[in-house]
Design a protein around this ligand. Sequence first.
Ligand code: NAD
Ligand code: UFG
Length: 337
Amino acid sequence: MKILVTGGAGYIGSHTCVELLQEGYDVAVLDNLSNSSKESLIRVEKITKKSLAFFHADLLDTAAVTQIFSRFRPDAVIHFAGLKAVGESVTMPLTYFHNNITGTLNLLSVMAQSGPKNIVFSSSATVYGDPASLPITEDFPLSAANPYGRTKLMIEEILTDLFHADPEWNIALLRYFNPMGAHASGLIGEDPQGIPNNLVPFISRVAIGSLDRLQVFGNDYDTPDGTGVRDFIHVTDLACGHIKTLPKLFSNPGIVTYNLGTGRGYSVLEMVEGFQRACGCSIPYDIVPRRPGDIAACWADPTKAKKELGWEAVKTLDDMCKDTWNWQKNNPQGYAA
Ligand code: NAD
Ligand code: UFG
């Protein structure tokens, strides 16, 4: 069975490639390397002792995408490729709409023409906006608070319309909560460029000494310790969610949606404590005002994925912090070194 992974050189994509190869799938990656490096794929091959095909191509280049489909002839596509920085999307909305929406439309047009009509799409818990209650189930109302979130919501809508127009499509919308951690080997992990926006990469940079102090954005939320609460999920658990989704996709389900989260939330301060346990060092921090646009708390109800896919997250907070630290300390410059 052949799987084309768009954005496969990136953080979640590379971990998913490891699981796909280990499950015996034939894997090809399509990536423009705009936010990743080919080194991640070399390391995927090192971990699995298997090889994959790599196409250095941009989804905005329809001719290149068409050629890749005629050469590789995938049975399904896992579509990770996209830009993902919330703040950047606010200042560069056109870039985000063009890359994420046009890129996806190009991909879908090629798939509509040549097949396969089987796709797993990387959506996000961001499509739930500020949820009225917790935990979040898949039927909660959807909204978008920024251009990045709007691209996720729009692509979900595009895929839904596509299925209504042509029921031959099989589509899985996977809504990820907050991925963190790294492969247990310490060979692949998250490698953000510049100063990280997200909590976990920021904490790891403080732990390694390349950043001085963490800023905790607000301690006056209506949460047990006043800091924001999120459903952090180990990236390997998330990757396995994709492996469990593929047989479902091949059983002709039509369009299906699943939350991929653990079902429990941890606060920013709990994350700091977890990380301190893992690295054995102290993470200095200051409490600063809330970050505009942040919600107080967010965690998944993952029951549907457990029931219908037989998937659930198994890694603990300590596993997540330990694996993040293992990757960070072995690769202080990320893949650049
Ligand atoms: P990432 O940036 O590490 O990976 C995305 C990959 O897509 C990169 O390798 C990049 O080079 C590639 N890419 C971007 N635009 C492309 C284009 N036009 N053509 C070809 N390749 C292109 O991000 P990630 O964290 O691995 O996220 C993967 C997917 O999951 C994204 O769609 C993201 O929006 C979604 N997601 C991520 C998170 C998270 O917190 N990491 C949460 C929810 C959803
Ligand atoms: N936080 C800090 N200091 C920091 C960074 C974050 O206190 O330096 C806090 C935030 O205020 C929030 C929590 O840590 O309470 C988590 O923030 P992240 O930026 O790590 O994650 P978000 O939940 O804001 O958003 C992430 C991705 C989104 C995605 C969402 C759900 O950035 O794209 O998870 O998957 F939609």
